[in-house]
Design a protein around this ligand. Structure first.
Ligand code: HEM
Length: 398
């Protein structure tokens, strides 16, 4: 039976920063696909079932092209969306996408990222030392969750972290769900200005980093700038939100937190379960390039399908007792990093960061707890593409 969803697919359950809204959970019970009407009135689809999300993401009849996309929270009627700028490969299909992704793949392998473990440990220790010296309470977002991934992606790319005032807030404003379209355009422009200067500087004086390595290819400066923007935007905000929201989830599930403290060998598995459970990248969209049958429904060419990674990761047919955070479970196969040709390029980097940072934090502060009632923790709005907390006040015994 075909169900129509009216709740925002990017929403969370009122009062619970971890679970999808009841209506999305309910939609999955009716079947893996529902109808959804976009702001402005265009009819589209919402896929909530794990198997269907996965197969759709592997199906080249569904496009990621920016100019074909609609957004569940933005009214695009009357607006012509321009195609992705050169280098912005997240919003392209093959063969354009591959031109940019291919030269990056070897730079982000599990082996290469594993070699960064010591550097992540050092940055993590520095930030924990600073928290300890300043004493409780602390806001975990600026003290810990934001700087660790930000420093790592900057060092990898070759973007001086000391320049962060010129891009960090801008990049975050793309995904925080609170910045107006006009301000977002201004933020992109300002970031592009910075990156244009940076690419020129690398061309003049290459250093030992990913951007400099790419200078020797046939990629233009404009393309490199677009690639750098995608990497900065994707690399900053996602892992930062996983670290902060993940800590919040652990503090709300003390038995799970205790199990992780007691058994560091469980860390890798725990990180996968936190990725599944939190699904901070809640939804991504695809547009049908031709008429496609999905679970008995005909998706018409041009219609947009929202893939709910969050609901797919909570599909009871794939994960038993899906709404429980259970660090003992095997959560592999989750879709928190997507699937198919756009599978997260930074997944191995994010994993290394989380595998170091979570245990380091909870072991440094054995009495870590929220410094405010859980209901008072400020959450990102439901319109945010990447979910998370705006701040996480914590305290501990000294
Ligand atoms: C793509 C999630 C961290 C770089 C994606 C996609 C997801 C995702 C779901 C697929 C989007 C789609 O289906 O269209 C996450 C999460 C992260 C994380 C949850 C943190 C825990 C990172 C980091 C980097 C990164 C640290 C830094 C290099 C990218 C890039 C893409 C991508 C470049 C686009 C890949 C492509 O289009 O081929 N990410 N990501 N991500 N991610 Fe991540």
């Amino acid at each position: 039976e075909l169900h129509t969803v009216t709740t925002l697919p990017t929403a969370r359950q009122p009062g619970c920063p971890f679970d999808p809204p009841e209506e999305l959970i309910d939609a999955r019970r009716h079947g893996p696909i529902s109808r959804y009407t976009f702001p402005g009135g265009k009819s589209g689809w919402l896929v909530t079932g794990y198997d269907l999300v996965r197969s759709m993401l592997a199906d080249s009849r569904f496009s990621s092209r920016k100019e074909l996309m609609l957004h569940p929270t933005v009214d695009y009627s009357g607006i012509e969306i321009p195609p992705a700028a050169p280098g912005e490969f997240l919003l392209m299909d093959e063969p354009r996408h591959g031109r940019y992704r291919k030269p990056l793949v070897s730079k982000f392998t599990a082996r290469r990222m594993g070699l960064l473990t010591e550097r992540v440990q050092q940055i993590t220790t520095d930030h924990l030392d600073a928290m300890e010296q300043a004493g409780p309470p602390a806001d975990l977002v600026p003290a810990f969750a934001r700087p660790i991934p930000a420093i790592m992606i900057c060092e990898l790319l070759g973007v001086p972290y000391r320049d962060r005032d010129r891009f960090q807030d801008h990049v975050e404003s793309f995904m925080d769900g609170e910045t107006s379209d006009e301000d977002q355009i201004a933020a992109v422009t300002a970031t592009y200005e910075y990156l244009t200067e940076l690419v020129a500087a690398k061309r003049a004086d290459p250093t030992d980093d990913v951007l400099s390595d790419l200078i020797d290819t046939d990629l233009t400066d404009e393309e490199l700038r677009g690639m750098a923007l995608v990497l900065l935007a994707a690399g900053f905000d996602t892992t930062a939100n996983m670290l902060a929201l993940g800590t919040f989830a652990l503090l709300r599930h003390p038995e799970q937190l205790a199990a992780l403290r007691a058994d560091p060998a469980r860390t890798d598995q725990a990180v996968e379960e936190l990725l599944r459970y939190l699904s901070v990248a809640k939804t991504f969209m695809r547009t049908a390039l031709e008429d496609v049958e999905l679970a008995g429904q005909t998706i018409k060419a041009g219609q947009v399908v929202i893939a709910s990674y969050h609901t797919a990761n909570r599909d009871p047919e794939r994960f038993a007792d899906p709404h429980a955070l259970d660090l003992h479970r095997r959560a592999d196969g989750h879709l928190a990093f997507g699937h198919g040709i756009h599978l997260c390029l930074g997944a191995q980097l994010a994993r290394v960061e989380m595998r170091v940072a979570f245990p380091a934090l909870i072991n440094r502060f054995p009495t870590l707890r929220l410094a405010v009632p859980a209901e008072e923790v400020a959450l990102r709005p439901e319109t945010a593409d990447i979910f998370g907390v705006k701040s996480l006040p914590v305290t501990w015994d000294v």
